[in-house]
Design a protein around this ligand. Sequence first.
Ligand SMILES: NC(=O)c1ccc[n+]([C@@H]2O[C@H](COP(=O)([O-])OP(=O)(O)OC[C@H]3O[C@@H](n4cnc5c(N)ncnc54)[C@H](OP(=O)(O)O)[C@@H]3O)[C@@H](O)[C@H]2O)c1
Length: 228
Amino acid sequence: MSRVIAVLGGTGPEGFGLALRWTQAGETVIIGSRNAKRAQDAAEKIRQKVGPQARISGQENVAACAGADLLVLTIPFEGHAALLKQLKPAIRPGSIVVDTTVPLAASVGGRASRTLGVWQGSAAQETAELVPQGVPVVAAFQNVAADLLNSDGPVDCDVIVCSDDAEASQAVRSLAAKIPGVRAIDGGKLENARIVEQIAALLIGLNIRHKGHSGIRITGLPPTAYNP
Ligand SMILES: NC(=O)c1ccc[n+]([C@@H]2O[C@H](COP(=O)([O-])OP(=O)(O)OC[C@H]3O[C@@H](n4cnc5c(N)ncnc54)[C@H](OP(=O)(O)O)[C@@H]3O)[C@@H](O)[C@H]2O)c1
């Protein structure tokens, strides 16, 4: 059964791009924002692009969360913990929380090509401490450039999906694979998110150095590893 997806912070480039791709794939998506009007405007932009059949709407973050059962965090690290505390009472049992956050030093005025040390090990592991008990957290999409998601072509990037919950990981891999060009790979436990988040900082540094929109491809695994 298909889940309703709330993209929290979906007014920004990363969340907007994911919401666009999933709406194009026929999923039901709610864009979340701190401001309901901003969320509705972003949803309208996607409707204009996808067409009247698009199942897309926009709401304030907590309302978006309450109306969905697959919650995708696409906000900068500086707002991460505060937003999760605000969302916690609205997270429905049975929901999955997907974290795309990279804890960039830019969050505290540092460089975008460096990360901050997070006590729990990674932004995604911090999320796991802040969601209601029993709600699985999945780390994914940290290495997918917003520019690629918002382009018209396929996305030349693999998505490494990390979670301690096998079913939730599988659900998110299926969703990732709905984005043309993306191959979703089971990246093992949630603790591996700390490595995947670091790769994102490296990619940002490469983009600055070479002026591009880099991504990653994992080679050499058996074909089954690339199937959701
Ligand atoms: N950009 C990329 O290429 C890329 C790639 C991979 C992963 N990511 C990760 O995806 C996340 C979003 O990236 P982005 O570039 O789209 O970020 P962004 O534009 O800085 O922020 C996204 C949205 O988050 C909301 N927001 C901003 N500050 C907030 C705060 N303090 N508290 C709550 N909400 C806040 C804003 O929405 P409202 O003002 O409407 O609430 C904003 O439109 C980040 O964690 C980033 O590391 C980004």
